[in-house]
Ligand binder design. Structure first.
Ligand SMILES: [Zn+2]
Length: 582
């Protein structure tokens, strides 16, 4: 009987086990299916090393994706991370260069693959048709869901260095399909080895109107030191009045020398959070507010990028949370307070800087005198700002600045090659969010007017084309920068040189026609290559000044005429012609 009982017990427990196992299986299945929706495969088939992270600080924008190294070379196979369809294709000389967008209806995401060298054959045949339809290298179109369907793991392209890319790599993004907001792709894994916490290099304490930092009404930079794996600063600042903090920091991942961006920055005063910045998601419509997030003047002057740990009045970024007084610290007592800054990467590696500050109560000692200048005009942030002088007018929309400024204007005498004076319009280390209208008056002979334009200059003889339209004696343009402006002329035609083509050339084994094009003053506006009077697709690589036509089935054997017309920004033209045999 006892034996039977024991036997039954075993059967029951086995049954229990089975039920337990069954439950476990269900739980596992549920978790699996909930993650499978975002179970993306890698866009490359070798170890992923990053040369850029999401939210990294770039020129006028936050980096909207990750930059994946391609073993130093172009031409690596690029794979779709999931099933979907090609929803956008763009080819441009600038920006993303050749780029594919794949919409994944099952997950609600769109993946983006940029700076490509070439598209897969099935995509390329459709792209090529578009180029020839539009007779343009620059194209941008949105195929519908049925046109180019893509399977997970399908080769869609070869990696490259096209557009505004400074070396072979794959720029990869994941966006929310509906909002088009880029999301941090590293949320989805992709198996990147990273156990290195962020590096903290410099701290900046910002003094406001009446703030004293160690006795001076002046912002202060302090080097952050690392000893025994702990970050610290040498001396504790004495502060009177409200102040802000800024930090210069970067993050590295394993086996990669690149200094990438960090994921979050948190500021606490006496353990109370008063500022947090996180890059989980971005919005292209607010990305330019990076110039309010960083210390723009420091970037211009010292090339150091500081994250401001406080929000400027007109900064509309939504990456901040837990803000108290916009992150601006105002200590009223004379006690010692603990400030702590915590910086993390997306893999949860943390670096922390703790220091004490002591508030003093002896204000206005050693206050720096304000610079005396009578032509300073106050510019507000929330209204239209207008400045008028004899030879220069400026009209700026409301909300073009992040904080109020004392607008400064002066002129200096003409320099070589310049019509009229050089206009110093405020300072180039002050960021401008929206384009403003800049009008300059000058006496320029009518015969040369149409070859002149407004340029920015560093006064060392370097000029950058801005453009401009004349009306009587006033030329007008729009710009998003302060700095030095002047009027110059470009009367030189663009330069065209055949690399492997010349009159009488015989093409036997070569598979492309190559030329270099250049314009030293106003820059190249357009080009048009033709064979026997018909437009041909020429790939323009501005970094190498190179134009290339890949010989295809359209070119028949025999004698042909190649023509290339290059136009610069003030319509100077160069036409190059060569008869050749193929
Ligand atoms: Zn990138």
């Amino acid at each position: 009987m006892l034996y039977l009982l024991n036997f039954l017990k075993i059967i029951i427990s086995q049954k229990k086990m089975k039920i337990l196992k069954f439950f476990l299986l269900i739980v596992m299945l549920l978790t699996y299916t909930s993650t499978i929706a975002q179970d993306y495969s890698a866009p490359l088939n070798f170890r992923m090393l990053l040369s850029g992270t999401f939210g990294e600080l770039r020129g006028n924008h936050f980096h909207a994706g990750i930059d994946i190294k391609t073993e130093g070379v172009e031409g690596q196979k690029v794979y779709s991370i999931a099933d979907g369809y090609i929803s956008r294709i763009k080819v441009s000389t600038w920006g993303y260069g050749k780029v594919l967008y794949i919409t994944h209806p099952e997950t609600g995401h769109t993946s983006v693959y940029a700076h490509l060298q070439s598209f897969s054959a099935k995509i390329d045949s459709i792209v090529k048709k578009k180029h020839y339809q539009k007779e343009s290298f620059e194209i941008n179109f949105y195929p519908n869901a049925n046109t180019i369907q893509i399977k997970k793991g399908e080769v869609i392209a070869l990696s490259g260095n096209s557009g505004g890319s400074g070396g072979a790599h794959l720029h990869f993004e994941i966006r929310d399909t509906k909002t088009e907001h880029p999301i941090n792709p590293l949320q989805f894994g992709f198996n990147i080895a990273d156990n290195i916490p962020p590096n903290l290099s410099k701290l900046k304490i910002y003094a406001f109107d009446t703030t004293l930092i160690d006795g001076y009404n002046k912002s202060k930079i302090i080097n952050i030191k690392k000893t025994n794996n702990k970050y610290a600063i040498d001396e504790n600042p004495k502060i009177n009045g409200s102040f802000g903090l800024g930090i210069s920091t970067y993050d590295k991942s394993n086996d990669s020398y690149n200094k990438n961006g960090v994921y979050s920055i948190k500021l606490c005063v006496d353990t109370n959070i008063c500022y947090k910045f996180t890059v989980d998601e971005l919005d292209f419509s607010t990305s330019r507010f990076i110039n309010a997030h960083i210390d723009y003047a420091e970037k211009k002057e010292s090339k150091n990028k500081y994250h401001r740990c406080y929000k400027l009045p007109n900064n509309k970024l939504t990456n901040y949370s837990s803000l108290i007084n916009d992150g601006i610290i105002n200590i009223q007592d004379t006690l010692t307070h603990l400030i702590s800054l915590e910086v993390t990467d997306i893999y949860g590696n943390i670096s922390e800087l703790d220091f004490n500050i002591k508030s003093t109560n002896n204000p206005f000692l050693n206050r720096c005198p304000l610079p005396k200048d009578t032509i300073n005009t106050p510019f507000a942030i929330n209204k239209v700002n207008i400045f008028k002088d004899n030879e220069l007018n400026l009209h700026m929309e409301a909300n073009s600045l992040y904080e109020p400024i004392m607008f400064h204007y002066e002129t200096t005498d003409s320099i070589e090659g310049v019509f009229g004076k050089v206009h110093h319009v405020h300072f180039d280390n002050t960021p401008v969010h929206k384009k403003y209208v800049l009008s300059i008056k000058a006496i320029v002979p009518d015969s040369i007017k149409r070859k002149t334009y407004i340029a920015t200059t560093d006064i060392k003889g370097n000029f950058w084309y801005l453009g401009g339209i004349w009306k009587d004696s006033i030329i007008r343009t729009k710009t998003r920068q302060f700095g030095n402006f002047c009027i110059i002329a470009d009367t030189t035609n663009p330069e065209v040189k055949g690399v492997n083509i010349y009159p009488g050339k015989k093409f036997n084994t070569q598979t492309s026609i190559k030329l270099t094009i250049k314009d030293i003053n106003s820059g190249i506006k357009s080009y048009r290559g033709e064979i026997d009077g018909k437009w041909i697709l020429m790939d323009y690589d501005y970094k190498r000044n190179l134009l290339r036509y890949d010989i295809d089935e359209k070119l028949t054997k025999g004698k042909h005429t190649f023509t290339l017309k290059v136009t610069d920004n003030v319509n100077n033209e160069k036409v190059y012609t060569a008869d050749f045999t193929y």
